[in-house]
Ligand binder design. Sequence first.
Ligand code: SF4
Length: 299
Amino acid sequence: MSTMASTDLATAVEDAAAHLYVWALKDIPQDLRDALRDAMGRETHKVGKRILETINTNVSVADEQGNLVCQDTGIAVFYARVGERFPLHPARIEAALREGTRRATLEHPLRSNTVHTLTRKATGDNTGHRIPHIHWEFVPDWDGLDVKCVPKGSGSENMSFLKMLVPADGVKAIKRFVLDSIVGAGGKPCPPGIVGVGIGGSADLAMHLAKEAIARPVGTQNADPDVAALETDLFGLLNDTGVGPMGLGGDTTVLAVHVEQAHTHITLNPVAVNYQCWAARRASAHVSAAGDVDYDREA
Ligand code: SF4
């Protein structure tokens, strides 16, 4: 690999990151549009229906004006799937994703949200220490790179919860914890959205999995039938709570429940909840080893 080729590839990844961040904020995926429209059609609660109509109008206005669907540009979260033969080291990919985020923020310009946690001093460009956050997956026998950008707003991120249940508590306690979390959150995470649930692993892995779960297309099911059954159960239970759109009552508290799981220690039973609001923004790109970029709003 020549230095020039490596530089060109880094630029391609950087450009893709900059484009994905802005695109995700403006043009929400079709599965989410469909879910919001279907919910509006089904909703029987007067106030809930009115709110869903307003959300759908919000999406249309953003389309017409080429504007953001929500003012909160969030923290840029990236999911990078890197082939073992992709000719750019992850350290360079990380630098490119960071620079793309910085450029998009300054060039668009976008609102910058990133501050030092203690001093609250703003960085001004949506980057900072360990921000943007990147989830990594490494793929054998492949030379490509998939990048997904999921801007994560604070209203929903503030409604994140972790509990270290004991195994004797069983699945019932997992369901109870998810229900308590979402009912307790009420309107704060801008419902109806996607409830991401991570089960198993360790404390940090459970929350990591919950975050991965919210990045899936709306309503996709886990490949493990036991996990998929839990998704279906939780979806019904949560929509029976009556929390409704923006927490003001209704049939539609969530658009989807996505669960991701990992095996765990015999004495552990962790469960984490990560909420994604109705503005469940995401956009993806595939970068080839030659630096060609294909964009995909639906992945
Ligand atoms: S939680 Fe979502 S919809 Fe609500 S303000 Fe934040 S980004 Fe916007």
